[in-house]
Write a protein that binds this ligand. Sequence first.
Ligand SMILES: [Zn+2]
Length: 242
Amino acid sequence: MDTLRPVDHNLPAFSVRVSPRAKRAKLVCSASQGLVVVLPQGSDPSLAGRLVAHHRAWAERVLRRLGASGSRIAQPPAELSLRAVDSVVCLDYVRRAGQELRLNDSGPDRLLISGDQQAPGYLSGLRALLLSWLRRRAARDMPPLVREQSLRSGLACSAVRFRAQRMRWGSCTAAGVLHLNAKLLFLSRELADFVILHELCHTVHMNHSPRFKGLLASHEPDMERLDAALRTAGTMVPALLN
Ligand SMILES: [Zn+2]
């Protein structure tokens, strides 16, 4: 159960979740839910405020990086700019009190989201629905990008899978399976291609050794600029889906 605490003058806003499974108290930051203190069942409730006060500098830094201010929680997006595949998907929201949250395609690039917007957990439910839609969209639209980079570089992968991870744009297994983050759809085509190429190079070198970098540079001479651009590319992902 989430309760949003009133904003203390000195502390970022936070909510408290009591978890029967938590072994000890911890702080969790996300753009969709802001700062959350998870407490084991039976904890002293004042522990939450003390914990936030103690880790205040850390929490403020992470919230800033996520693009969420302490008191603001990510809003439902009005549209999704899928830059990598040059599409903009519009989202329409319909309020249906008491009904389960649903997401339906209502046109080629249009989604209809219906359900109870006042229900507890609405934003996290919406986030989960949008992320699973995004994974399907990536599985539909991104394989041609992988094929193109593969043909261009002569580097082949054995399969491609799409996930919606928080931390990584992609990874590659020893068996040559590429795992790509579906959120690459939000990046420019140039950056999405660069991540794909980076992962394809891992089919040859499973590390970031000088030989790996040499291989990547032989296919992408502009890799330093693209690597730097990737470091801030998370800002292209809508806050709710971060
Ligand atoms: Zn890598």
